[in-house]
Structures are given as C-alpha cells and as structure tokens.
Design a protein around this ligand. Sequence first.
Ligand code: ATP
Ligand code: MN
Length: 476
Amino acid sequence: METITRTKIADLLKSKSFGEKVNVKGWVRTRRGSKMVNFIALNDGSTINNVQIVVDVEKLGEEFLKPITTGACISVNGVLVESQGKDQSAEIQATEIQIYGTADPQTYPLQKKGHSVEFLREIAHLRPRTNTFGAVFRIRHHMAMAIHRFFHDRGFFYFHTPIITASDCEGAGQMFQVTTKNLYDLKKDENGSILYDDDFFGKQTSLTVSGQLEGELAAMALGAIYTFGPTFRAENSNTPRHLAEFWMIEPEIAFYEIEENMQLAEDFIKYCIQWAIDNCMEDIQFLNGARKHLYKNEETDDLIERLNFILDNKFIRLPYTEGVRILEEAVAKGHKFEFPIFWGADLASEHERYLVEKHFKCPVILTDYPKEIKSFYMKQNEDGKTVRAMDVLFPKIGEIIGGSQREEDYDKLYKRAEEMDIPMKDIWWYLDTRRFGTAPHSGFGLGFERLLLFVTGMANIRDVIPFPRTPNNAEF
Ligand code: ATP
Ligand code: MN
C-alpha cells in the first residue's frame, strides 16, 4: 500500500483540499451498500463524526471486503471528494484498504446501537468505542484542560499530594488500607491487636480520601495551589453519585476568607461550563439526543439549556440555618422527604435538590453548618455552634463542591481536634502551620465526576469515569 501521512478524521472533515490523496485509519462503525458500491462509516475517536468511505466493490473485490465488518480496524488510502450527502462536507473515494484487525460479527458485542448503559458497564473495555462514551471521555479530557487552564491563568500552582497516607483524620469516609503484610499470618500483640512495625511503612497506611491537609501546607508557602488527583473512599453507598475511586480538584488559598472562596468556586464552575460550551458542543449535542434512550425513568432536560442556566444565574448564598427553615416549612406544607430534616441534620441529596430545584431554582451555596456534622479543621464562628463551611449545591447533582474557611487559630484547632478524638501523632505536622506563621486561608474540593455528570447529562457516575470502582466492582 502506498505510504501517505495519516490525517485525523476531525481534521479531514474540515478540509477543503478536494482531489488530494489522503490516508485515514480507524474503526468501522458500519458497512452497507450494494453489489456495485459500498459505504463504510469510519471513526477514529478524534471526533463524534464518522467519515464516509466510498468503495467501488469491483475494484477492491467482494471477498476482500467481507471481513470489513462493524468493529474492524482499517487503514484507507483514497481521494478526498466533496460529499453529496447533506450532513458532511468531505468523504473519501477509496483506492486501497489495509485491514489491521477484524472483529468477528458472531462475538463482537457492539453490533447494534442502543445497548443499555448497564450492559455497556459490563464491557467497559470496549465501551469507549461507542458514540456515547467517546463523547463522554472527550468531554472528560476537555474539562481537565479547563481546570488546569483556570488555575494556571490565575497564578495557582499544581501541587501533588500523596496518595498513600498514614493519617486517618479527615473523617471524609472509610479508608482502604495499604499493606504488604501477609494477611494469613498477621503479627499481633498480646491483646490481639495487629502490629504494623513489620509492615512496609512501619505503620498503618491507607489510600488518601483528600489532598487537602497537605494542600494547606503548600498554600502556606506558595500562596495559592490546587491539587487534581485520585481519591479513595470505601463508602458502601451504592448511589448514582458515589465512587470508591474518584478524582478531586482541591484549591487552597492563603489570605482568602469564605466570601472570596465562594466567589472562586462560582467563577471556577462557570469557567468549566463555558469551556465545555466553547470546545465540546458537537459531543454535548450528541449526548443531548442520546441520553434520552440511555436511562429508563430518567426525566431528561435540555442539556444546553442546563449549561446556559448556570452561566446566566448568580449562585444564591444561604446559611444552613435558613436552608433548614425552608425545608421544615416545605414539610409543614406537606412535602414528603425520605430522611428527616431538623437543625443539626446532615442534608441528604433530596434536601439539597429541593432547595436548588424547587425553592430557589438556582445553584445554592450553603454556609455556616453545625460544627458537629463538619470536619475538625473548619473555622469556628462566633456563635460557638456553626463553622464556616460552604457546600455548592447543584440541580440534578446535589453537592458538587464542599469547602470551608480553615481554622487558623492554633488553640481552637487543637481543642477541636481533641474533642473529635483525632490522634495528635497523625496531625502534629498539620498543626505546625498554625504554630509557625499562621494565616487565614480557605479552600474547597470539587468532585471531578460530579462536574462531568452535570456537563454530560449522564445520570450515573459510573458512566463518566472510564473504569468505575464501586462495591463489588473492580473489573478491568
Ligand atoms: P457527599 O455528602 O455527597 O457524600 P462528602 O460531603 O462526603 O460528599 P466531601 O468530603 O466534601 O464530600 O468531598 C468534596 C467533593 O468530592 C464533594 O463535594 C463531591 O463533589 C465529591 N465526592 C465526595 N465523595 C464522593 C464519591 N464517593 N464519589 C464521587 N465524588 C465524591
Ligand atoms: Mn461535603
């Protein structure tokens, strides 16, 4: 076969160099046609759109074309011609085809369109080849780019916090242990407690639930940082919004009070959504149509309206106490929640969504939560009851961001840690920031997959990460 430099389909479809010899490589979506002429829809992942390959059957031979079935991978040389079809500008008149790999129609699982998302999760090794998941994972990439761009442009430094940690003090969820110990022959003391002095790190270690504590150390030196990495929570909640392994973005900023922190969170989310609109419109438009068939019993709004709605509205700022009052009023008027609501209760996602979707019809930043339901490091308010927490609540999602102003006073922080039984051996280094040059500071954590749920319109968090980890599920 003649050697021609490969063009990606995304570029080819924009090209106007009709008459030129080109090469494309990709996976066959469909092949149809007659005894005279065949049409191959080819996709290479660079775009949701396929390029049409027009094949003169007599020229390439009917027998040769037979193994070119859905899923097969081919390389095509041909001439770029202006398309007669209305949706596309360019197609390829094939002169030569090389078959890289066939895909037996008897066994290749992605034959027809319209597989259920549940089935596609069982073949997560192949689902990126579907239009839907191609779109989702391209958007995932673009959102990661947006995040780095947003912070970089504002002078934040990307700081890498450890994934293996020896402290279990965040209280953010059950942790996964990391060990090289022989689990069949554990070294124990006379009371039967496991000893870790013979373990790899000489102490008990786990996978991190958050990079925040180390992020704060960095903010106290570099001024403004963000982390963007995997986090792990062994929570046994089989919800459409929780993963055992997910990615989190955690900015931490010296000298920020909670108000500036809230503004940063609002600007940040809006920037990401604007980026999606500017860079991913074809994929978003595709998903807007596709997801109607993906999830049963899921009411589907218009995705583009949903995104613009966020850009057009200023997020409401509301104290927790006010939020609870509104929810109690709703209950008094006959609204039924599954979980009880009262001052001091941790809000369930149904409560969060009621405030956002029914009451305000707008994203809400809920502040000043009771200290009992929040972490030890949040700055205490004068009232002695609440802390300067801020959760950003979104339509469809509920909590998308959790953050706070941090307690910068050594004595108050020490006392709160003691009250909450946090071992000093785990956090002495964290407390040191309050002993040496302490400063007011704030930060938050955005769940990357929660943002993707919102932007892609997918209804289950397992469908916005390539290989989801959830209870009883770690395949691939
Ligand atoms: P939730 O109440 O929804 O379980 P959380 O309060 O435990 O969340 P934080 O500790 O505040 O969450 O974490 C910050 C952000 O990380 C959350 O706002 C959310 O976007 C995301 N997040 C938390 N837990 C998970 C999870 N298990 N899977 C995916 N994203 C998560
Ligand atoms: Mn939270």
